[in-house]
Design a protein. Structure first.
Length: 385
């Protein structure tokens, strides 16, 4: 836990799930820069304040005591962190309206504060969705680290909202100031987008994949997933399968197509991802195919011993930080959720050393496929604990 000091008070903030070994802060210099600017009082920060992309709730927690605030995020973990940080600050739960990127945004937005996301596509989609609520008097401010703000970022604000300029950099952070322009007919977001898979990816060959904005490799099949699809386990009969960290759902959908007897749980912490996975599954799986779609923290809430197969391509980045914490939680959750004899199949870059973690958790693992860049690993839950 770390303490954020602002003009409105001091706040003890953490990420979610809280881990005392995690030294990463729940905010950075970009968040601090924006809060200092808002506190300076140069602009009218009143009415409905919409905060987009607040990564761990630092912005919302600091603003909630004085403003009517709405948070919009694609991240389930960010929402849970926000709830925890608000409770810790003694702020009532209903003081902030928590929305996902899939929810309908407020009809009127008086202040729009945007933490620039890593994905330019997600920024584009959200600005299009928010633009109808922006009016001539709306204060629009973006923030991000200098390395996160590019010419293309500024062009999006300019094209969708209005004239845009940037601040001087402070502690490698920068602000974006945008003045809402005239209200011409607003174009619709170009997302979601579809693409067809090639004919060389095993059971996924020829499937149509739907991608909402912000999904990893939303415009093409990445080489890691391609390799995984070519080497998925061949199984038959009724079983419970989990596409863990499902992204656009292509892996779980391929498993369902290959084994019509399977029931697939698609789970991800991204609302955009789960919406993509459901669209991909509905387009390609037969009418009798069974699936569940869940936004959450990995396999939290899945009953122990209820799963036969977990398919997983774990992320190794959290925003700008490289970390194995997410992979470790996914592997631990998989071990708990699997039935005795159930299998976890993982793909990863060779250098990540996932085999060491799997051997520690499962007592062993097997290399099922490999190439110079990737490895597919199989770990089996012990039948006799």
């Amino acid at each position: 836990m770390n303490r954020l000091t602002t003009s409105t008070g001091d706040f003890d903030l953490t990420r979610f799930p809280e881990d005392p070994r995690d030294s990463l802060r729940a905010w950075d210099a970009a968040d601090e820069y924006l809060l200092r600017h808002v506190a300076a009082g140069g602009e009218d920060i009143s009415g409905t304040v919409v905060v987009v992309g607040d990564r761990w709730g630092a912005l919302v927690t600091a603003l909630a005591g004085r403003h009517r605030t709405v948070q919009i995020t694609d991240s389930y973990l960010a929402q849970e962190a926000t709830r925890a940080n608000l409770r810790r600050a003694g702020i009532e739960a209903d003081a902030v309206r928590l929305l996902s990127t899939r929810d309908t945004p407020p009809e009127r937005i008086d202040v729009l504060l945007v933490r620039v996301p890593k994905s330019l596509a997600l920024l584009e989609d959200q600005l299009y969705r928010l633009a109808p609520g922006v009016h001539a008097g709306t204060v629009v401010i973006g923030t991000g680290m200098v390395k996160e703000i590019h010419t293309s970022t500024l062009k999006l604000f300019e094209r969708i909202i209005g004239p845009t300029r940037t601040s001087l950099a402070e502690k490698k952070a920068r602000l974006i100031h945008c003045t809402p322009g005239p209200r011409p007919a607003r174009a619709a977001s170009p997302w979601p987008r579809d693409y067809a898979l090639p004919a060389d990816v095993g059971p996924a060959s020829g499937l149509t994949v739907t991608n909402h904005a912000g999904i990893f490799c939303a415009e093409r099949l990445d080489i890691g997933t391609r390799f995984f699809l070519r080497n998925l386990p061949r199984r038959r009969g009724p079983e419970r399968v989990v596409d863990l960290g499902c992204g656009n759902g292509v892996v779980g959908t391929a498993a369902a197509v290959a084994n019509p007897g399977a029931e697939v749980l698609f789970t991800d912490e991204s609302y955009q991802a789960v919406a993509s996975a459901e669209a991909t599954f509905r387009t390609n799986a037969g009418a009798a195919a069974k699936a569940e779609f869940r936004v959450g923290d990995g396999l939290a809430g899945v009953p122990e011993g209820s799963v036969d197969l977990v398919l997983n391509n774990p992320p190794f980045h959290t925003h700008q930080a490289t970390t194995d914490a997410t992979a470790w939680r996914m592997f631990t959750g998989s071990r708990d959720a699997l039935r005795p004899g159930g299998e976890l199949w993982v793909i990863g870059n060779r250098h990540l050393g996932y085999h060491l973690k799997l051997r520690r958790l499962f007592g062993g693992c097997e290399v099922m496929a490999s190439d110079p860049k990737f490895v597919v690993l199989r770990a089996v839950k012990n039948r006799h604990p």
